[in-house]
Every structure is written in C-alpha cells, then in structure tokens.
Design a protein around this ligand. Structure first.
Ligand SMILES: Cc1cc2nc3c(=O)[nH]c(=O)nc-3n(C[C@H](O)[C@H](O)[C@H](O)COP(=O)(O)OP(=O)(O)OC[C@H]3O[C@@H](n4cnc5c(N)ncnc54)[C@H](O)[C@@H]3O)c2cc1C
Length: 368
C-alpha cells in the first residue's frame, strides 16, 4: 500500500541517519500513546516532552541545518523533511506545527543572512532551539505591504524595533524570531532576528485556536528592541523576496501534514467500521461505505503521489528549474483541500464515534 504505516515503516527510502531519526520519532509517539496525546491536546499543554526528545536526538539540528553549518550528517533535504512532516501530521498537527514554524523562521536566515548569523542559528539548533516566523500582523493579515512593525535608525548605526505581530507560532519560546518590518525613515522592507527571551520582547498572549491546541500561536510586541547590523537578515527587495520564498518553502509542508492526518483518520475509520456490526452486517460491507472508503483511499493516494512529485521539484528548484512554482502552490492548496474532502468522507462512516474525545478522528476534524 502506498500509504505510510507506522507498524510497517522500515525507512528503506532514506539514508541510515534519517531512518534512525524517523524510526525513533515513530517510537516516541507509539510509546506516548493516543490516550496521552489526546489528554495533552485537551489540556492544551506545551509539548516539552516532544521538544526534549527532539533536542536529545538532535532532530532539528540534523534535518534543518544546511550542509557546512552543522555536523557532517546535517543537511537541508526536502525529501527527509517531507517524511518528518507526514509522520508528525500522522500523530498530531500541533507537533508538526512547532517544526513547521521553525522551518519558516529559519527560511530568511538560511536564504540571506550573514555567515555570522547562520553560524549563530546552527549553534542554537544544536542546543535544541526552536524558531519562529514573524510576518503576520493582526490588522493587515495577508496584506504584507501594510506591515507596520518599524525599525527606527538611532543615528549611530544601530536601530530600535517597535510594533506588534499576531499569529506567530513558537512566539513564546523561539531562540530566534525572524521579523518582517519596514525601515521607519525610508519605508524599505527589512528582515531582522530577535530573541523571544529579551526584556524588550513581550509575549502578549497565546491565541486560542480550535486546532493545534498545544501549539503556542502568539501575539508578541517589540518595545524599542535594540537591533544592530549583526541582527539584520535582509533589506529591500531581498527582504521581500525572502519572505515570499520562505512561505513557498514552508507552506509546502502543509500538504504533507494533511496527508499524515488523512492517513491516520483513514486507519481509525476503517478499524471502527470493520468492527461495528449493524443489522447483522459489518459496516464495511455496506455498499455505500465501500464506495466512501474507495473514494477516500483514491483521493489520499493521489494526494501522496502528487506530494512525491512536488518534492522532486522542490529539491531540484533553482533559478532555471522553476517547476516548483506550479507544483508547490497546488501541494499547499489543492492537496490540503483534498484532505478536507477525505476527512469529510470518512466522517460519514465514523459518524458519532468521530466526535468522541478519545479518538484521533475528532482531532483530525479540527486540524485538517
Ligand atoms: C493557526 C495559525 C498559525 C499561524 N502561524 C503563523 C506564523 O507562525 N507566522 C505568521 O507570520 N503567520 C502565521 N499565521 C497567519 C497566517 O499566515 C494568516 O492567516 C495570513 O497572514 C492571512 O491573514 P488572515 O488569515 O487574517 O486573512 P486576511 O488577510 O484577513 O484575508 C481574508 C481573505 O481575503 C482574501 N485575500 C487576501 N489577500 C488576497 C490576495 N492577495 N489575493 C486574493 N485574495 C486575497 C482571501 O480570501 C482571504 O482568505 C497563522 C495563522 C493561523 C490560523
């Protein structure tokens, strides 16, 4: 079967180091168990256990540090990043989210920061740090032209940052937050990095979301946060381009998370229906239920096949090979919308059971 199956996954499609990481990640969640995953979800607790595990196994450092900045087995490789996306989506979107927004936060750093900043980020990754991407603002949403986080020059070559960001994942704990802003004097775009533990950084609140409950989706404010040239990642056109390209790279992950969610929901729905006997028949024997499972499987298989192709184009992308520009938006938009259809179809089978709090399914309904 083309779908990911944690009981059968042997990691034959990746290199030995990646295999070790992926199998240990599966083992972490299998040991944690659905009961505890759901308890933590309902209590909306911060996932210290998961981040501690990732830190111990150097998962962020190995998978999210490009070659040359970390250990010899560290590299940025969309193939193995995609595998991790699928596994994390399979066990819980909130776990995927802290990984996903770290990828976003690292985007402008790896794309255009100084060597000094890149080495700083690599060191923080090695220490188990997580990252954040501070693009969105409450008043402006998708309209990033309207950004009003500002960097004010002090006249001595340094700056202070002032403003507010909204919907920023990991905004409570990030070792570095990449912040998109404008120069107050020229209106030029600028990206700079801040530390969420600095006294001039205020984590205003956790935004309560219906899905990814354990994640910390933050509102944060910078109160005259001191910035030097060393903290600046990019300016002008490069700053603008790196924000859009970070979204390209980062949001590609959404499709894989959706595939992971649908796969788990599919297994749970099948298990429920195959064990439920109504009118002297198993629910899986009802003709319309067979049709639903067939359609859900076909859509999910297509999502995954498309994702694999998109992954190839993300890996080979460069200034000449721009096929990713077609495949990436479809992966992030169409694949995720198909995911909604798959969960919707399966919900017609799980029916009331799909709402019960001890199932993965009710989380899938919220997170998809
Ligand atoms: C759970 C969660 C986590 C998030 N994490 C982060 C994060 O870590 N970092 C971060 O920076 N942001 C994050 N975001 C914010 C996310 O990127 C925003 O949703 C995004 O900025 C869009 O803003 P908005 O949802 O307010 O939509 P709005 O800007 O209010 O847009 C409303 C609607 O207008 C239409 N529209 C807007 N612009 C266009 C356009 N150019 N073309 C066509 N139609 C358009 C669309 O129909 C859109 O749905 C997160 C959001 C959520 C819900």
């Amino acid at each position: 079967m083309i779908l990911f199956n944690p009981k059968k996954y042997d990691g034959a499609d990746v290199d030995p180091k990646t295999r070790e990481i992926l199998l240990k990640t599966i083992d972490f969640f299998e040991k944690k168990g659905l009961k505890k995953i759901k308890e933590d979800d309902q209590l909306s607790v911060w996932y210290d256990d998961f981040l501690e595990f990732f830190k111990k196994e150097k998962v962020f450092a190995t998978l999210l540090t490009p070659s040359g900045y970390g250990e010899s087995d560290s590299r940025w490789d969309m193939w193995r990043i995609a595998k991790m996306n699928e596994i994390l989506g399979f066990y819980g979107l909130c776990y995927w989210y802290t990984w996903q927004v770290s990828i976003l936060g690292l985007g402008p750093i790896w794309m255009c920061a100084t060597e000094e900043m890149k080495h700083r980020a690599a060191k923080l990754l090695k220490d188990g740090g997580i990252f954040a991407f501070g693009l969105s603002e409450k008043e402006h949403g998708a309209d990033i032209y309207g950004t009003d986080m500002m960097l004010y020059p002090k006249g001595d070559g340094t700056y202070v940052a002032r403003g507010d960001k909204y919907y920023i994942g990991n905004g409570n704990e990030a070792a570095l937050v990449s912040v998109f802003a404008k120069m107050a004097d020229t209106g030029e775009y600028v990206f700079f990095a801040v530390d969420s533990k600095h006294p001039s950084y205020e984590c205003v609140k956790k935004i309560s979301t219906s899905g990814v409950r354990q994640a910390y989706v933050a509102e944060f404010a910078l109160h005259d946060y001191p910035i030097t040239e060393a903290d600046i990642l990019a300016r002008g056109q490069l700053g603008w381009d790196s924000s859009l390209n970070t979204v390209n790279v980062g949001k590609y992950q959404l499709g894989w998370a959706s595939i992971g969610i649908c796969t788990h929901a599919f297994y749970e729905a099948m298990d429920h229906a195959a064990n439920r006997n109504l009118y002297g028949k198993f629910v899986t024997d009802f003709p319309h239920v067979k049709k639903i499972f067939t359609e859900a499987y076909a859509r999910l298989a297509a999502m995954r096949l498309f994702g694999l192709r998109a992954c190839d184009y993300m890996r080979t992308a460069d200034a000449k090979d721009r096929r990713y520009l077609l495949y990436n938006p479809i992966q992030k938009m169409k694949v995720t919308m198909e995911g909604e259809k798959v969960v919707g179809l399966l919900h017609e089978v799980t029916a009331a059971r799909g709402f019960e709090q001890d199932t993965y399914f009710e989380m899938a309904i919220r997170d998809i």
